[in-house]
Structure formats: C-alpha cells, structure tokens
Design a binder for this molecule. Structure first.
Ligand code: GLN
Length: 544
C-alpha cells in the first residue's frame, strides 16, 4: 500500500495499521473475501465466519493475535450496530496471523473444500446414529454404565481445520488407544532396535488380551495388551510412578493441542481389581525373560492401567490423530511431539495390528492406520491429510466400536483416502472424491488438461484423461472443446479418436464457431471434409 507517499492518508492510519503496512500489504484477493459493502468497510464477524467455514475455530492459537485485536476493536458498550473496520485496520487485525488467514481465505488449506467434508460428516453421523448394534463393554461397571447411545465424530486436518459432530465434548477413557502413544514414547527414548528386542511387530491374529507370545517369547506387537505392558516397562524407567504418569499424560496434552487430558480414577481402580489377565500376561513375560533387567512388574502393570484410564474428548483425540497424520507435529501448536520416523513406525503397526483381530480386514477395506479401544474410541489417521476420532461405546465381537467401523467404511466410500485408492483414482467410475482438491478443481483440471492435450495432438494423454473419466466433449469457459482445438491445430488422429468416441462433431463455442470452422480457418482441408461428413451424419447440435 502506498502509505508513505500520501501524507494525508498516513495521518488517518492507526498505529497498528501502520505496523501492518510495514510488513507488506495483505493480498487483495484475501481482502476481497471480507468486503462488506460499497463503503469499503470490512466486518470482523465476516472474518471469523470465513475462518470457521474453512475449519479454523476461534480458539485456534494460530489466530490468537487476530482475535485479540478484534476484541479490542469491539466497542465497550453493547451496541446492535455491527463493528466495521477500515481496510487498514482490517489489515492490522490480520497481520499477526496473516499466513494461516490468507491460506484459509483462499481455500489453500489441506482440505480446501472444508464445508463439503463437514456436510459429509454430518450426513454420516445422522445415518450411522440409527445403528444400535453391538454392546458396550461390561467387564468393569464403569464402562457398562456409560450411555451407549453417545456418538461423536471429530476431525482435524494437518492444517488444523476442525469440525465435530455429536458428543464430541464428552470425556471417555483411551483404553487401548493409549498403546499408540506409549509405543511412540518407547521409540523416541530407545530407538526401534532396542524396543523391538522386547516386542515383536507381527499381527497376532488373536484377541487383544490373549495369553500368547511369539516364537522368541515376546509379545507379538505393541498394539495388544502384552506388547503395551512391555511399552510401559520401557518408558522413563528412572522416573518415579507419578512422574512417569505425568510424562505420558503430558504427551497426550501436547498431541491434543495443549489442552489437559483427564484421568478416570474409578476406571483405574476397577480395572486394577479385575486385571487378572493383564497380570497373567505380565508374569508370563517375566517368566520368559522378556522384560529388561530390573523391571518392577507390579509398577509396570499399574502404569499400563493408568494409561488406559486417561480420558480425552473426541475433539482432543482428533487433534492427536492429526498430529500423527502430520508426522508428529501438532497442527495447532506446531509442537514437534514425535519425530516423523517414530510416527512412521507407529502408523505401520497401527495399519497391521491396530484393530485387534479385525486388523487384516480393516487394512483391506479401509486401508488406513487406526487404533481402537474398548471404551468405543477409534482413532483414524489419514497420513498427510487429517486425523479422525470416532467414539461410540457399543462394540462388536472384536472389541471395536460398531459405529466407529461404519463411519470409517462410509468415509472410504466417498473419499479416495484408502492408501491404495491412489491406484484407482477418483471420479464417476469409483464414485469417490479427493478431499485434497479445491472445489471444482478436479473437473476444471481435467478439462484444461484435455484441451491442452488436444491442441498438442497428445493422444496418449487424451486416452489417460478419458480413463480418469474426464468427459471428452467437455468445454472450457469459452465453449471450446478438445475437438475445436485438435481441428484448429490440424491433429487428424486426435480428431478421429474423439469422433470415434462419439463426441458431438458440431459443438459451438461462445463466438458461434464449430470445429469445422476452425479446420477451415487454419487451412486443414482434409480435416474440414472429415468434420463436415461427421456433422452431416449427426443430428444438429446446440452443444456449448
Ligand atoms: N483396559 C483394557 C485391558 O487392558 C484395555 C483393552 C482394550 O481397550 N482393548 O484389558
């Protein structure tokens, strides 16, 4: 902004606005998103609405500077008049957090069309809530007493876009979901070689608390009880019990965006008094010499049960899942909780072992790393895209949340997020959409690509685009089609291919021109004859 050149204008600017200008102007297309009226004044409410639609919520620490500025701008007395800011004031408000705000306003975040994802999650929640199949865990009264109808879905993308539906603010205990973070902590502290001298990394193919070990006498993997007990034996061995627990709870807090997690003491107490199987697993492992020397078995088992009794909300669990999706860095606080290597190992084992003895089926149908717990929690990770938490207490025979699994199924039905969807793509054939694309981006890119390929006569590329369901008779904004461009450039085999695929031979562009006109104008007489014949054979067309 040319502030310095205009003394008159400078005089009208507030101090903060001048500070904004020193840092460079805010992008014009960003300001245009918030334009209020002809007066050029801008609305802070509109700013918060645009951010919320993009999934950036008002409590996001990355917009704290802006929300504080807007709070100061609000009049002290209650008034019904909407607060409006000048362009300069508005720029000053955005300035402290301009990076994230500009990206949100321009649809440049991880899920550009966030409202579409929100609509899908709302629909899925609505549909799946009618499913009352399965039963809540009853092995301890504290789980049996939870209202089994509760149901939350919460999502957080790697750019910290958040949305929740249902009982997403209600606490539930992590149970087996705690196994993921405990495994990550062992890797961070000891590295995979040491850790895997004490625990395997093969699916067990058996229930989560089965009394079974691998050939080396070690737990099969860290995602079942025996392996998770082993993780607890490896975490911060030199600390006392209280500090070890604080260390794990503090890690969950960091993963979940800095909000403290809870602890359910009655779950802990009743788990402890009914933990015969976990004690049996512990003693069996000790008998086999699986633990590192000097392990205090009882303290280890107590620590394991405490970790299972940590409580989170679906909102927090989604942020933690997003931190894993983001290579270990919390998207809201940018706190690097785990190294990318640690997360890679954890996601690998979540993919093969995270869903109990349903893991193989889950990997086949859903194709994403996930971890469930007997509280009905399910943490799903779409690497480099988002974390999803689903909580609903009724469980199936494997111990997985019935609604949790169904939500995963439906998500993978509408989005190409199964790891190997990369091979089958998106579009009409698969019925799947790519959440990474901007609104209309896939269609637009396909059409632009097709027109370019036609103008170059690149038949291979045209065939590839056709295989990806790009309609061969699609027109660009000017009504120009692949056939117009191939005709204008004299690419006979492209023209023949398009006609053989049944495209309309006489589409009309916005200037009233047909491919025949293009061929004639460019002196491609043979092509013109071909197009004229095809045109005669076809019905008169008004395609645009
Ligand atoms: N506390 C439970 C147990 O150790 C946790 C198991 C689970 O969620 N699958 O048996």
């Amino acid at each position: 902004m040319p502030v310095a050149k205009s003394g008159k204008r400078t005089a009208r600017l507030s101090l903060a606005a001048r500070a904004a200008d020193r840092g460079g102007g805010i992008r014009a297309d960003v300001l245009a998103c918030f334009a209020q009226d002809a007066s050029g004044l801008l609305s802070p409410d509109r700013l918060l609405t645009v951010l919320r639609e993009a999934g950036i919520l008002p409590d996001d620490p990355r917009i704290a500077g802006t929300t504080a500025f807007l709070d100061r701008a609000r009049p002290a007395r209650a008034t019904t008049d909407p607060v409006l800011l000048t362009k300069e004031e508005f720029a000053a408000a955005i300035r402290p957090n301009r990076g994230i705000i500009e990206r949100a306003a321009c649809g440049e975040l991880a899920v550009p069309d966030f409202p579409a994802l929100v609509a899908d999650l709302q629909r899925i929640h609505q549909e799946v809530r009618n499913d009352r199949g399965g039963a809540a865990a009853t092995y301890i009264p504290q789980l049996a007493r939870v209202d089994p109808d509760q149901f939350a879905i919460s999502v957080c993308t790697v750019d910290g876009q958040r949305f929740s539906v249902g009982d997403a603010g209600v606490n539930f205990c992590l149970q087996s979901v705690s196994k993921t973070v405990n495994y990550c902590l062992t890797l961070e502290e000891h590295g995979p070689d040491t850790v895997h001298r004490h625990v395997g990394r093969e699916p067990s193919g058996q229930g989560f608390n089965e009394l079974t070990f691998n050939k080396a006498g070690l737990p099969h993997n860290p995602m079942i009880n025996a392996g998770a007990i082993m993780s607890c034996a490896l975490i911060q061995r030199e600390l006392d019990a209280a500090d070890r627990f604080d260390f794990v709870a503090g890690t969950w807090k960091r993963l979940a965006g800095g909000h403290s997690v809870g602890f359910n003491n009655s779950v802990y107490l009743s788990e402890r008094s009914t933990a015969d199987r976990n004690f049996a697993l512990g003693y069996s492992m000790r008998e086999r010499g699986a633990f590192p020397p000097g392990t205090d078995l009882l303290a280890t088992l107590e620590f394991y049960i405490q970790c299972c009794s940590i409580e989170v909300t679906a909102q927090q669990l989604a942020i933690a899942a997003a931190s894993l999706a983001n290579g270990g860095v919390c998207p809201l606080t940018e706190d690097p909780v785990f190294s990318a290597q640690t997360v890679r190992h954890c996601l690998s084992l979540m993919s093969s072992c995270g869903m109990y003895d349903f893991s193989g089926e889950f990997a086949f149908t859903i194709g994403l790393p996930a971890k469930s717990g007997v509280s009905g929690a399910l943490m799903l990770v779409v690497p480099q895209l988002m974390g999803i938490a689903i909580w609903s207490p009724r469980l199936d025979g494997h111990g997985n949340s019935v609604r949790g699994i169904e939500v995963c199924r439906r998500l993978v039905d509408c989005y190409n997020v199964h790891t190997y969807d990369l091979l089958t793509g998106t579009g009409a054939e698969t019925g799947k959409r790519d959440p990474r694309l901007k609104r209309h981006q896939s269609a637009t890119e396909g059409i632009v690509g097709l027109c370019f390929a036609a103008s170059r006569g690149d038949l291979n590329e045209i065939r590839r685009l056709a295989a990806c369901n790009v309609p061969l008779d699609a027109a660009d904004y000017d009504g120009r089609t692949a056939l117009h461009l191939a005709a204008a450039e004299g690419h006979r085999s492209t023209v023949e291919f398009l006609l053989s695929r049944g495209v309309d031979p006489r589409p009309v562009d916005r200037w009233g021109g047909t491919p025949l006109d293009d061929a004639r104008r460019s002196g491609h007489q043979e092509l013109a004859r071909l197009l004229a014949e095809a045109g005669k054979a076809a019905e008169p067309s008004t395609h645009r």
